[in-house]
Design a protein. Structure first.
Length: 933
């Protein structure tokens, strides 16, 4: 029999880090409107190196406080230091960004160590497109929860396990086979100052020391390896083996770590259990800022974020974060329709800064992303319309109340990702020799993140349209309405083929000042594309009969239509605004192809038009509907707070097939603190309605609203957000589907908060980050939701009154069916059941209001049990003779009670012993709150 001698070291990494939250954060709320939390079963996923990283890296994982790497000869973890605290608050760092690397090498290990996957394989896959060198791309990599490094030293293997339920732990077991030498385990630490503490633990200091004694820490946190615990199993009995650390100082601040073991039986397993805890006060390379979201025909949510990726750490000690990946890459993640799975996730970017602005899917499920890039090597494909980056002058976005620097200027980039296998199908630059894709116009960049506005959409023929902005006088033009740049920056609108290989149409739209285009929508009856945005120009080319032919104030909104049925031409155009600030962010068309705009105003003279919702005629969010020819404003309504500035920044807008109007937006501290203009932004005081998902706000949340057709009333209003963190987006657009479900990206949990509302079973229910995470939510506002609540005693008897409470969302008519052939059309009926039994209650909610029955009715069920008076059961007793004894046996509830009798030993038990002297009747009774039986 061969006996194994095993040494097992347990290493629990406890770190605070900022990372992609495996992103998404919420799906449609349950009918009960309760928000619950649950831990994910796997906290750390190990992603294999498919060529996307340097060859030394074998696997990588995101842990709290940094990136963890398994190399050919050990592991590394990068922790971030000075400057990242400011970055986490969306502020510009005062100095260079600094991070620290703890480099642990297996001294004297064998070459070419084999790595085996031995845990749970993730259901999602991950792809990387780094730069424009396809040899550094990796598609559909499957992470695993556990790895084995085999034969690190002869007879010794490491088992590395991420199945601890959160991103704070990695378990690392050393197994030493019989005949192998445990003294071969030698770990060389570089990069951090280290010291054994009085309690036997080992502490590594991140940054300069602060504090005294064992309370000493690093200025940016520390790494703790708890005192090791070693034991052997003798059968099922655990026998402790003395164990401690031996830390030997080496040159240049490095240390060598060994385990000092007491006597043990070499014929039995030996386990060594040190616990490693990482503590950090700042973020990490996985800081992800929510920008944009979309959906596909299967109801999946696609989220887009700006992801900070430090790349692979190559040197020990403190390093600068001037790395090849740039400040941010795109992060694109696909969540299942119920939010329970991350089905696809990828990075996409080059060596400089890029941000995603807008996402959309086509009818086949392929994903298009539009954004801006400063990377000459952003991945482009062979048949791209423009494979070369043109760029422009250096651009510091801090000037525009945002973060980042485009060192070589910026171009627009459009990429197409295969909706089935996640491959990069097509990718192209679009731009001129100045900066393109960014909204840089003074006061057009009104809210925090407005610099990254713009939209990508698909027309009925499958071509790809983009609305954006440009400062280039040589932006590529094809069949342009206006072929020349007219001001400092103009709106640009262009159309690409579905494979992004050709530019089919492109035009400027602008005047003598700054202009920007934010959104596009298409008529279902004709080849008209409606475009909206903001302008400071007083000479836009409006058309005869336009509702507002001239600029009215400092900034106005506008809308124009392009007839693209043949040679494109300007069909209609009008301004919309007051003598103050006004801007239109979205355009939607109703079933009669009438354009609706949604935007912001601080103008006191934007009067309401029509029989519309008028709870606050000075609100800062406006919705206007024009006639198809833009000559008449058919209604105007305003939503929000009394005029003191803007409250929310709109992020998604819809006019549904039922002609209902949907709005999503955010406001609060992130806007008021970072915008030069939106200093009064808040969500406090916005209207909520009965049945709201969330009626309270910390002032920095999302607000969702639904207006009835013709904006006749606000039928639903709710907040969405946590009680502490400032939910927001960092620019970009999110979307409603035509059924009224919003697919919203969020920059969630900034500052390390874990209060973003999530649902049971969501892919990730916790913010495993020290700063921001991409949060997402899918919220169905466009359907009726029937919901029943019951007020009754815990035990209900026949004759008890029962109050039924209708918590439904939407609906104007209610039908209750109580299961006993009785019914009611009251909204909140009271009912009394005459007989016991189990009853099914059904509520049908219908809407026959302005949408003329467009919404499908919804049904909810509840079940009630009306208690009976308990009737005890008694076993049959055979005849007995005088002087004999017998046990009676009764069955019932805990209240079962025999009537006392002189011949009964104990009437309180269900099976008393009786010794009758003659024929005798014994009585048992049972009871509950409904009576005695």
């Amino acid at each position: 029999m061969r006996l194994a001698q095993n040494i097992s070291m347990w290493c629990a990494l406890v770190v605070v880090f900022v990372g992609s939250s495996q992103s998404a954060r919420a799906t449609q709320p349950s009918n009960s409107r309760t928000v619950q939390h649950a831990k994910a079963p796997v906290g750390v996923w190990f992603v294999p190196n498919g060529g996307q990283w340097a060859d030394e890296a074998r696997y990588a994982a995101r842990v709290n406080g940094g990136d963890w790497w398994l190399t050919e000869s050990g592991w590394k973890v990068e922790m971030l230091g000075p400057g990242y605290d400011a970055l986490g608050r969306h502020e510009s760092p005062a100095g260079p960004l600094v991070s620290y690397v703890l480099d642990v090498r297996w001294e004297g290990c064998q070459p070419a160590i084999a790595i085996a996957e031995s845990g749970t394989q993730a259901e999602h896959h991950v792809s990387y497109y780094r730069g424009n060198d396809p040899s550094r791309w990796a598609s559909k990599l499957k992470p695993n929860s556990k790895l084995q490094a085999l034969e690190v030293w002869p007879g010794i293997k490491a088992i590395i396990d991420g199945e601890r339920g959160d991103a704070a732990h990695i378990k690392c077991d050393w197994h030493v086979a019989a005949g192998a030498d445990p003294n071969a385990i030698s770990l060389r630490y570089e990069g951090l100052e280290s010291e054994v503490q009085s309690d036997g633990s080992l502490k590594h200091f991140i940054g300069p020391r602060v504090g005294d004694g064992d309370a000493t820490t690093g200025a940016w946190g520390h790494v703790i390896e708890a005192k090791p615990f070693a034991y052997q199993l003798n059968g099922t009995r655990l026998e402790e083996v003395p164990c401690g650390y031996e830390l030997e100082p080496l040159e240049n601040g490095a240390h060598r770590l060994r385990f000092v073991l007491g006597e043990y039986d070499p014929t039995r397993d030996l386990i060594i259990d040190p616990e490693i805890e990482f503590g950090s006060f700042v973020g990490s390379t996985a800081d992800s800022w929510g920008f944009t979201a979309a959906y596909d025909d299967e109801g999946r949510l696609i989220g887009g974020s700006g992801v900070r990726d430090n790349g692979y750490p190559t040197t020990a000690g403190a390093i600068s974060t001037t790395f090849s990946g740039g400040d941010f890459d795109f992060g694109i993640s696909v969540f299942s329709s119920d939010g329970s799975m991350l089905e696809y996730s990828t990075y996409l970017g080059g060596s400089q800064l890029e941000y995603p602005h807008s996402l959309v899917t086509d009818e086949t499920g392929d994903i298009y992303v539009m954004g801006t890039t400063g990377s000459q090597n952003f991945p482009t494909t062979a048949d791209a319309y423009e494979p070369n980056f043109i760029g422009g002058p250096i651009l510091e976005l801090v000037t525009y109340s945002f973060f980042g620097m485009f060192e070589n200027g910026s171009d627009i980039v459009v990429s197409k990702i295969d909706g089935v296998d996640g491959a990069l199908e097509a990718s192209t630059f679009v731009g001129g020799s100045e900066n393109d894709g960014l909204n840089l116009g003074q006061k057009l960049n009104y809210n925090y993140g407005d610099v990254c506005r713009g939209e990508v959409v698909i027309d009925p023929a499958g071509s790809v349209w983009v609305a954006s902005s440009s400062r280039s006088d040589d932006f590529p033009m094809v069949d342009a309405l206006d072929p020349g740049l007219s001001g400092p920056s103009d709106a640009v609108v262009f159309r690409l083929s579905d494979d992004l290989s050709s530019l089919e149409f492109s035009t400027y739209f602008g005047g003598n000042s700054d202009d920007a285009a934010f959104a596009i929508q298409f008529s279902s009856a004709s080849a008209l594309a409606y475009v909206t945005g903001g302008t400071k120009s007083n000479d836009l080319p409006t058309t005869p009969g336009a509702y507002q032919p001239d600029l009215a104030g400092d900034v106005d909104g506008y809308v124009f239509s392009i007839d693209y049925g043949g040679l494109p031409f300007l069909s209609t155009a009008t301004y919309f605004g007051t003598d103050d600030y006004d801007q239109a962010y979205f355009v939607q068309l109703d079933t009669d192809n009438r354009p609706h705009l949604c935007g912001q105003t601080v103008g006191s003279d934007m009067a309401l038009v029509g029989d519309v919702y008028d709870a606050n005629p000075d609100g800062s969010t406006f919705v206007v509907r024009f006639s198809e020819n833009l000559e008449t404003a058919e209604f105007v309504t305003r939503i929000g707070l009394p005029m003191s500035g803007v409250d929310i920044s709109p992020t998604a807008f819809l006019v549904s097939d039922c002609d209902e109007i949907y709005i999503s937006g955010w406001g609060g501290q992130t806007n008021s603190a970072n915008s030069a203009y939106a200093s009064q932004s808040t969500t406090s005081g916005l209207p909520t309605t009965e049945g709201a998902f969330q009626i309270g706000t910390d002032g920095s949340d999302f607000w969702l609203g639904v207006l009835a057709p013709d904006a006749a009333d606000l039928t639903y209003g709710t907040y969405f957000g946590g009680p502490f963190s400032d939910e927001h987006v960092d620019g970009g657009t999110s979307r409603f589907d035509k059924n009224g479900t919003v697919y919203q990206a969020v920059c969630a949990g900034c500052g390390g908060w874990d209060d973003f509302p999530t649902t049971v079973g969501a892919w990730s229910t916790t913010n495993d980050a020290g700063n921001c995470n991409l949060g997402v939510f899918k919220f169905n506002l466009g359907s009726l939701v029937a919901d029943i609540e019951i007020e009754a005693p815990d035990l209900i008897c026949a004759g008890d009154p029962i109050q039924f409470i209708n918590n439904s969302i939407g609906g104007t008519e209610y039908e209750w069916f109580f299961g006993d052939l009785s019914s009611s059309d009251e909204e909140n009926p009271e009912y009394i059941y005459a007989t016991p039994g189990e009853w099914e209650i059904m509520l049908i909610v219908s809407d026959v209001s302005g949408s003329a029955g467009c919404l499908e009715p919804d049904t909810a069920f509840a079940y009630l049990f009306i208690e009976e008076i308990p009737q005890p059961l008694i076993d049959e007793i055979p005849p007995i003779c005088e002087g004999e004894s017998v046990n009676l046996q009764a069955y019932g509830t805990d209240a079962l009670q025999w009537q006392p009798h002189p011949t009964m030993d104990d009437p309180t038990v269900p099976n008393p012993l009786v010794t009758p002297t003659q024929t005798t009747t014994y009585t048992v009774q049972d009871s509950n709150e409904c009576g005695v039986g």
